[in-house]
Design a protein around this ligand. Structure first.
Ligand code: ADP
Ligand code: MG
Length: 383
């Protein structure tokens, strides 16, 4: 892919690229919507990701070319979010703006080309991979230095403030801190990043449902707001709690009437997910993969029943996969409202099993489920 993006750059702009970078997509292993609630989450970078190439220009124009989305041109002097077909340019433009606000010295515009071998909009976070790879090439171009955590925070800010998506640190954090054959563990309260080895003989299989709610972004924002509203009610009784993740199940139960059914269930999901992350960490340490898998399956049910961020398509895939002996556990991965299901499997799960699940899915919904067998890979880097 390095060659491909280098050629794409040359074909688009007629000069060689000066800097190139890769950043991976990610799997959300366990810990759904906990990141922006100050909680715990475990993810893994995948080996697929986004490749970006860049070179400076003599004028102040910014010219962006995506193999999948085409050309967008703007200027360093008008860094404002774009709408319609050019929306995709907001990811690199947002990163440019945040870096400029934080000391990047860029007197000229630039040409940028982007290529990807990651499914886009499938819940594997192509957006964060695009942001981080852009940050790395711009930093190299301008001699700007920062550590991985700072880059992840800048990219999150670009997505929150420029793109308008109120995501937590999971996507950008895992894309930056990914490590081959390892899970990335994040304590989002203090933004502490660690890694944990994947048990040997385990695999990730991703089933993209190829079906998304029309209004994923607003559904995500609704959940963000519901969590905020639930916390505000809980804080009346527990003012010391700064986030939903500092609330216990018994405190939640004691506040059930004040919360009402909907906010109670939303908060239950967050509190339960944090508990499941702790459980999974302990089970991984003990090598109890059945317990890990059970927590993944329960997580999916909580998404379905409490957080209402699943879909019939994701439910079908998760249920079909959870029935198989070679699958430890399966759950939706990422924000939900469409996207993909992740299956955490043993060596015994094979392409033939994936085909059977995809066939059953096709029969039920008349849709193709795209299957990706992947593994935990390294974080973003310059190429
Ligand atoms: P996810 O991050 O799960 O893939 P998002 O909706 O958050 O889903 O981000 C997907 C968006 O990121 C795309 O709709 C597009 O705007 C942008 N994007 C990702 N990869 C590319 C690419 N290679 N070229 C252009 N835009 C891209
Ligand atoms: Mg995204």
């Amino acid at each position: 892919m390095k060659q491909e993006v280098s050629h794409l750059f040359f074909d688009s702009f007629g000069v060689p690229a000066k800097s190139m970078a890769f950043a991976p997509g990610r799997i959300e292993f366990i810990g759904n919507h906990t990141d922006y609630n100050g909680g715990l989450v475990m993810g893994a970078a995948v080996t697929e990701g986004v490749f970006v190439a860049v070179a400076p220009r003599a004028d102040r124009k910014i010219s962006l070319f995506s193999r999948s989305a085409g050309l967008v041109e703007t200027s360093l002097d008008s860094l404002e979010p774009l709408e319609g077909e050019a929306f995709w340019a907001n990811y690199p433009l947002g990163v440019t703006k945040v870096l400029l606000e934080n000391g990047l010295s860029l007197s000229h515009g630039f040409n940028l080309a982007v290529d990807s071998n990651l499914p886009i909009g499938a819940g594997l976070s192509s957006s964060a991979a695009f942001e981080l790879s852009t940050a790395y090439v711009l930093a190299e171009l301008c001699g700007f230095e920062a550590d991985k955590k700072t880059f992840a925070q800048f990219c999150r800010r670009a997505e929150n403030e420029f793109v308008g998506m109120p995501c937590g640190i999971l996507d950008q954090g895992v894309s930056a801190f990914g490590q081959a054959d390892s899970l990335v563990c994040i304590d989002c309260a203090d933004e502490l990043f660690g890694t944990k080895a994947m048990p040997t003989g385990t695999h990730f299989w991703i089933f993209n449902s190829n079906k998304k709610h029309a209004l994923v972004e607003s559904a995500y924002s609704d959940r963000h707001k519901e969590c905020h509203d639930a916390l505000a009610i809980l804080q009346k009784g527990y003012p010391e709690a700064e986030t939903l993740s500092q609330i216990s199940q018994s405190q939640l139960d004691a506040t059930a009437d004040e919360l009402g059914d909907l906010l109670y269930r939303r908060a239950c999901h967050i509190v339960g997910e944090n508990d499941r992350v702790r459980l999974v960490e302990a089970a991984l340490d003990e090598g109890d993969l059945a317990a890990v898998g059970a927590a993944l399956s329960v997580s999916h049910m909580s998404s379905r029943d409490n957080f209402a961020n699943s879909t019939p398509e994701l439910d079908f895939l998760a249920e079909a996969l959870n029935e198989l002996d070679s699958v430890y556990g399966a759950r939706l991965t990422g924000g939900g409202f469409g996207g993909a299901v992740m299956a955490f499997t043993s060596d015994a799960f094979a392409s033939a099993d994936a085909d059977l699940v995809a066939k059953a899915y096709q029969k039920e919904f008349g849709l193709e489920a795209t299957v990706l067998h992947t593994r935990a890979g390294n974080g973003g880097c310059l190429l």
